[in-house]
Design a protein around this ligand. Structure first.
Ligand SMILES: Nc1ncnc2c1ncn2[C@@H]1O[C@H](COP(=O)(O)OP(=O)(O)O)[C@@H](O)[C@H]1O
Ligand SMILES: CC(C)(COP(=O)(O)O)[C@@H](O)C(=O)NCCC(=O)O
Length: 256
């Protein structure tokens, strides 16, 4: 059994896989004071994993906090995966490959496993991360922008009169502050995704699949003017694929 951990800037997502790589159970918890309870309670009820694989875009302090918790719950520490130059059919396009967020690399692995053609991956989490891969799995690069929640928080933090008296809604054209703030943020993300996708289609001269990932991806398909594939859990999916291939390679090396 493998436990997979995705440490994002807002939340930790986890997934337990059985020995046939089938999902057993999963969960998520926000970074907060009660994180140890939010993760520890469900984890103490799990069957013991034989290995823990983790991907992180947070700091060493938060990684150490997770490591302490996995030792307490499972007597195991995670194997931390770091962004490689190439793995599982994806070639990292960064001039300094290690600086690409591992969540973005894993989402590309997942995308390629599902579809072998050129793809744009839009990951909508704390940040909006955009990445493009061509038909050979070469990462062409990407963009980083604030995610829709961060955009709204930044406007609230930097203004006086933008204040919320009720829940906003995503609408085409807003006639109140709440809807204006929410719709402006979401539509900015939608417009950037469409612009980036169009740019990559022109660059490659072919049609490109659009894949949506991340905790805030679900509302987007209804608003986009192009078809998309929704896989919110792409990072964990990529982590499952890469960790399985690392375990298989290690087992083969042990036999020979
Ligand atoms: N069950 C949930 N609890 C908290 N946030 C959720 C949940 N489901 C979706 N979200 C959304 O997911 C967003 C974070 O997305 P996520 O991909 O987890 O980000 P990150 O990887 O940056 O931590 C939050 O802003 C929130 O709007
Ligand atoms: C772009 C990100 C902040 C997205 O993180 P997330 O919103 O999923 O928490 C993360 O992938 C990251 O910290 N990347 C490092 C810089 C880069 O990818 O260029």
């Amino acid at each position: 059994m493998r436990l997979l951990l995705d440490l994002g800037n807002t939340r930790i997502k986890w997934l337990l896989l059985d020995d046939q790589d089938q999902p057993v159970t999963d969960g998520a918890a926000a970074w907060s004071e009660q994180l140890d309870d939010d993760l520890g309670q469900p984890w103490l009820a799990l069957p013991l994993p034989t290995r823990i694989w983790a991907a992180s875009v947070v700091d060493g302090e938060r990684e150490a906090r997770l490591e302490h918790l996995t030792r307490e719950c499972f007597r195991l520490k995670p194997d931390w995966l770091r962004t490689p130059a190439a793995a599982c059919g994806i070639t990292n396009g960064y001039s300094q490959p290690g600086r690409l967020g591992i969540d973005r690399f894993l989402a590309m692995i997942a995308a390629r496993a599902d579809y072998p053609g050129p793809t744009v991956i839009a990951s909508i989490g704390t940040a909006l991360a955009l990445d493009a891969i061509d038909a050979d799995g070469r990462h062409l690069g990407g963009l980083i922008a604030p995610g829709p929640r961060l955009m709204q928080q930044s406007v609230l933090g930097a203004t006086v009169q933008v204040r919320l008296q009720q829940q906003g809604h995503l609408v085409p054209v807003a006639t109140n502050t709440e809807d204006g703030l929410m719709s402006g943020a979401w539509q900015a993300c939608i417009a950037l995704i469409e612009r980036f996708h169009g740019q990559i289609e022109r660059q490659l001269g072919t049609s490109v699949q659009l894949r949506l990932a991340g905790g805030d991806a679900a509302p987007l398909p209804a608003w986009l003017s192009l078809p998309s594939v929704l896989r919110v859990d792409s990072v964990l999916q990529g982590l499952a694929i890469w960790s399985a291939s690392l375990e298989a390679a290690a087992a083969e090396a042990a036999v020979s």
